[in-house]
Design a protein around this ligand. Structure first.
Ligand code: BTN
Length: 248
């Protein structure tokens, strides 16, 4: 398998602003990034394999050495609000631009990426306060090939010719750094356009998995929170997982 190289991954990126680690194996790129001090604008950690990959809500993220993407980007920002949703949008746009728009990537709130209704990318954003500043760690996992998988997990190995791993990572890094430097005016409209469950009935499960709400997803607000029309009211929901009939 072709290993990732610095030259390809960081092509046309300003390395004066980026500290990076390209690793063969690590427990979790997010955990590794958390332990490192942010001495430049960005710290990027990429590994071929994770032995303790972490997903949202305390779940594991299966991370075999099989040509997948396991990457974390640490950065300082004063605004978490839409970051979690925008990152998913930026990755789907990076996939379009690298592949020449030959694929159709959907978004599922808050930040799963889907192809043919299967999850091909997951995002875990963590934060920590350092001397009054908030450092965010954006963890991105993209599945090209999984030797074993659940029914709702997707893979993009058959797109590897039009979506080479190193080009995709490069495009993601460019979009995320550009977003942090310039913002993204119309992100909400762009996010909703890609959402696979706009106007659909969904089930929203709380973070502790104990409660749920059923309603129609009517969109997101400026902070990336979900608007859910239940039988009795319009609810604004900021955390949890959602599931959609026929998807997952
Ligand atoms: C999810 O549950 O959907 C989020 C999955 C995030 C996985 C990525 S892989 C790179 C980074 N390191 C981790 O341990 N997790 C994230």
């Amino acid at each position: 398998m072709h290993k990732l190289t610095q030259k390809e991954v960081f092509k046309d990126l300003n390395l004066e602003k980026i500290d990076f680690y390209l690793l063969n194996t690590v427990d979790s790129t997010n955990t590794f990034a958390k332990k490192k001090l942010l001495e430049k604008d960005y710290l990027v950690v990429i590994a071929e394999e994770q032995t303790a990959g972490r997903g949202r809500q305390g779940k594991q993220w299966y991370s075999p050495d099989a040509g997948n993407i396991y990457m974390s980007i640490k950065l300082r920002s004063n605004d978490y609000a839409p970051l979690s949703l925008i990152v998913g949008l930026l990755i789907s746009e990076a996939m379009d631009s690298v592949s020449g728009q030959k694929i159709n990537v959907g978004l599922k709130w808050p930040n799963d990426l889907l192809i043919d209704n299967k999850k091909i990318c997951g995002i875990l954003i963590e934060s920590e306060v350092n001397e009054g500043n908030v450092d965010f760690i954006i963890g991105i996992g993209i599945n090209y090939f999984l030797p074993k998988k659940e029914s709702w997990w997707g893979e993009i190995n058959d797109l590897a010719d039009i979506l080479p791993r190193e080009k995709l990572i490069n495009a993601i890094l460019k979009r995320i750094t550009k977003y942090l430097e310039n913002g993204y005016e119309s992100w909400k409209v762009a996010w909703e356009k890609r959402c696979v469950h706009m106007g659909k009935e969904i089930k929203v499960i709380s973070n502790n998995q104990n409660d749920y709400e059923i309603g129609v997803f009517t969109g997101i607000n400026e902070k990336g929170k979900m608007m859910l029309k239940t039988k009795n009211e319009l609810k604004i929901i900021s955390s949890g997982e959602c599931s959609i009939k026929g998807i997952y």
